[in-house]
Design a protein around this ligand. Structure first.
Ligand SMILES: [Zn+2]
Length: 132
């Protein structure tokens, strides 16, 4: 009988640390994006006062576009953060990181990439192709 694969406690701690580092990073990135949303100052500071008006007008269009892009980015970072949070909670369960289909261990690089994953790459691919 083969022993069911599990992450060891020290491995889980390593994952936990990595997840928390990612969360810090996401918080930092969200701060950067927020700064980008509120900071509408010109990027080119060497412009003469004459060009400020036209620059402002040009910026107005870019701003709303940038804002939209930043909003999408924020939404994405937010859901990634939530997934990391959920992964952190699931980490307390002893079958964390085990593929629900084949029972193999999901590499923790993948867990960090797709924190809400419960399947390994192989199974996920097969599932997509309707092979399971
Ligand atoms: Zn699998």
């Amino acid at each position: 009988m083969t022993k069911k694969k599990r992450y060891t406690k020290s491995e889980l701690n390593k994952i936990k640390k990595a997840i928390m580092e990612r969360m810090d990073q996401v918080v930092f990135e969200m701060g950067e994006i927020k700064d980008g949303i509120s900071d509408t100052g010109p990027t080119n500071t060497s412009l003469s006062p004459d060009s400020i008006y036209s620059l402002h007008m040009a910026d107005a269009g870019t701003d709303s576009h940038e804002r939209e892009k930043n909003y999408l980015l924020m939404t994405r970072e937010n859901s990634y953060y939530r997934n990391l949070e959920m992964a952190l909670e699931r980490l307390e369960q002893e079958d964390f990181g085990v593929c629900q289909i084949c029972g193999d261990l999901i590499p923790y690089e993948r867990i960090l990439e797709v924190p809400n994953t419960t399947k390994c790459v192989d199974c996920k691919t097969k599932e997509k192709l309707n092979l399971i």
